[in-house]
Design a protein around this ligand. Structure first.
Ligand code: PLP
Length: 450
C-alpha cells in the first residue's frame, strides 16, 4: 500500500509541491484554501474533513457513469494483469485498443470509422489538425493550414489547442501560432440584441462567409467547434446553426471537426452530439472525458474513411502518435464504460433525467441576479448579472461565481465558478431527489449572496 498523507494538514503540507491547473497560484500560496478530495462513490465525493458532497461537476465534466463503478475498475485491473503496456506504434497493436476502435466506429455517425487514440482532449484536437495538415499536403495543397475557431471556444491547453481556444482565455496565444482565426461567439442572449434568433444565425453565417473569403478557402484546413461550448460559459448555438456551418464548410471544401470532449457519452442524451442532437455530420470527432468516464486518461480522434484513405495511401508515412496512444488499461476502461452505458441505458435515461436537471435549474431564472440559465441536459451554465435588463455583469473583483460556489460547497454541492458564471456538469446517474436537492442548494446559495 502507498504511504499517503491522511489528515488535511498533512495533505496540504505535501501539496505545496503540486502546481494546480487553471488556478490563482498566488492566492493558493497566500491562504492555502484548497479542498482535498479523498474518496468518491456514485454521485458523491468525500473531502479530507469527512464532508460528503454531491459531485455537481462530474470530476471535470467527465465522470459520466458515476464514481467507483466495479465494472470499470475490474476491467482495468484485469487488463493490467494480462498486458500492462504495449504501444500502438509501428505495426504493433493489441486486442483492447483494436476492440475499442471498432466500438467507436460503430457508435460514431456516418463514415467516421477510423480512430487515433491520445491521452487528453487537447491532444485529440491537436491530432485532428495535424492529421488534416498531413491530409492536405498529400493532396498537393500544403498551404491549406488555417483553422477557423470561435470566440468562447475551449479546445485545450497544448500549444495549438490553447491557440484554438478563445483569445480572452489564452491571453492572445493564437497570435503566436498564426494559423488560427476566431469567428463570432454564437450566443444569442448576449450578442443577438435587436435581432430574431433566425436573423442572428444569418448574421453569424454571413460573417463566417466573409472571413472565409478574406482568408481564402484554399488556405483553410478546417473549422473546429464544440456542439455546445463548455468552458466558454455553456453556449448553446441558435437553432440550425451547426447544420448551416457544416454546409458552408462543405461548399468551400473546409473540413469540420466536432469537439465532443464534453458533449459525448450521454451528457446530452446520446453517445455523440453532432448528428444525433444537432443534425450535422462532421469529418472528424474528437472526444475524451466521458469516453472512460475519467477512470483513465484517454482521448480519440475519429476520422472519416475519406480522410483515412488519403493519409494511408501509397508512400504516406504517418509520423504522429503518443507513447500512450491506445494504452491497454485506458482502452479497457473505455470498453467497460461503454458496455456499462449500453447495459444500463445511461444515455437514454439521461434524456429524461437530464431534461429534469435542465428544467429544475432553468427555474432559477426568477432570481434577481440570474441573467440566463442555459445549456442542455447535464451541461448547464448560470450567468449572474448586476442588472437583468442591461445584462451588466458584476465587477470581476467581486468574484460572484466563486462566492456562490463556496456557499454551495458549505451546503454539500460542488459547482464550478467561471468568473460570473457557475457551471454544473454532474454525473449522469443523479436521481430526481438529488436533482431537487441540487436545485434547492443553488437557490439558497444564490439568494444568500444576493
Ligand atoms: N475540448 C473541450 C470542449 C474541453 O472542454 C476540454 C477540457 O475541458 C478539452 C478539449 C481539453 O481536454 P483535456 O483537458 O483532456 O486536454
Amino acid at each position: 500500500t502507498l504511504d499517503l498523507p491522511k489528515t488535511t494538514d498533512d495533505i496540504l503540507t505535501e501539496d505545496v509541491h503540486l502546481v494546480q491547473s487553471f488556478a490563482d497560484l498566488n492566492a493558493l500560496k497566500q491562504d492555502g484554501a484548497r479542498t482535498a478530495i479523498v474518496g468518491a462513490e456514485g454521485t458523491m465525493v468525500t473531502d479530507s474533513e469527512g464532508n460528503e458532497l454531491i459531485d455537481g461537476i462530474g470530476g471535470l465534466w467527465c465522470v459520466n457513469v458515476g464514481h467507483k463503478r466495479r465494472e470499470i475498475i475490474e476491467a482495468i485491473n484485469q487488463q493490467l494483469e494480462t498486458l500492462d503496456f504495449y504501444s500502438t506504434f509501428y505495426s504493433f497493436t493489441h486486442p483492447t485498443a483494436a476492440a475499442l476502435a471498432a466500438k467507436l466506429a460503430e457508435l460514431a455517425p456516418g463514415s467516421l470509422n477510423k480512430v487515433h487514440f491520445g491521452n487528453s482532449g487537447s491532444v485529440a484536437n491537436d491530432s485532428a489538425v495535424r492529421i488534416l495538415h498531413h491530409y492536405y499536403k498529400r493532396l498537393g495543397q500544403p498551404q491549406k493550414r488555417k483553422v477557423l475557431s470561435r470566440h468562447g471556444a475551449y479546445h485545450g491547453s497544448t500549444h495549438l489547442a490553447i491557440a484554438m481556444t478563445t483569445p480572452e482565455y489564452s491571453d492572445g496565444w493564437h497570435k503566436a501560432e498564426g494559423i488560427v482565426h476566431h469567428l463570432r461567439k454564437p450566443h444569442y442572449w448576449r450578442e443577438g440584441d435587436g435581432m430574431t434568433e433566425a436573423e442572428f444565425t444569418d448574421a453569424l453565417l454571413d460573417d463566417m462567409k466573409s472571413e472565409i473569403e478574406s482568408l481564402g478557402a484554399e488556405n483553410i484546413a478546417c473549422f473546429i467547434g464544440e456542439p455546445i461550448m463548455g468552458a466558454g460559459g455553456v453556449i448553446v448555438p441558435p437553432e440550425g446553426y451547426h447544420a448551416r456551418v457544416a454546409d458552408l464548410c462543405r461548399d468551400y471544401e473546409i473540413k469540420v471537426i466536432s469537439d465532443e470532449v464534453v458533449t459525448a457519452f450521454g451528457r446530452l442524451g446520446h453517445f455523440f452530439a453532432s448528428k444525433d442532437v444537432f443534425g450535422f455530420q462532421p469529418d472528424i470527432i474528437t472526444t475524451a472525458k466521458g469516453l472512460t468516464s475519467g477512470y483513465q486518461p484517454l482521448s480519440a480522434t475519429i476520422l472519416s474513411d475519406e480522410i483515412h484513405e488519403v493519409i494511408s495511401g501509397p508512400g504516406a508515412m504517418f509520423l504522429h502518435g503518443m507513447t500512450y496512444s491506445g494504452h491497454p488499461a485506458a482502452s479497457a476502461a473505455g470498453l467497460a464504460n461503454i458496455a456499462l452505458m449500453e447495459r444500463d441505458q445511461i444515455p437514454q435515461t439521461a434524456r429524461t433525467t437530464g431534461k429534469l436537471f435542465e428544467t429544475t435549474l432553468k427555474g432559477l431564472g426568477d432570481l434577481d441576479i440570474v441573467g440566463e440559465v442555459r445549456g442542455s441536459h447535464f451541461m448547464i451554465g448560470i450567468e449572474f448579472v448586476k442588472d437583468k435588463v442591461s445584462k451588466e455583469i458584476f465587477d470581476p473583483s467581486l468574484n460572484i461565481g466563486l462566492k456562490v460556489a463556496q456557499k454551495c460547497q458549505e451546503k454539500g454541492l460542488i459547482a464550478r465558478p467561471l468568473g460570473h458564471i457557475l457551471i454544473l456538469s454532474p454525473t449522469l446517474i443523479l436521481s430526481p431527489e438529488q436533482i431537487a436537492t441540487i436545485g434547492a442548494i443553488l437557490r439558497e446559495s444564490i439568494t444568500e449572496v444576493m
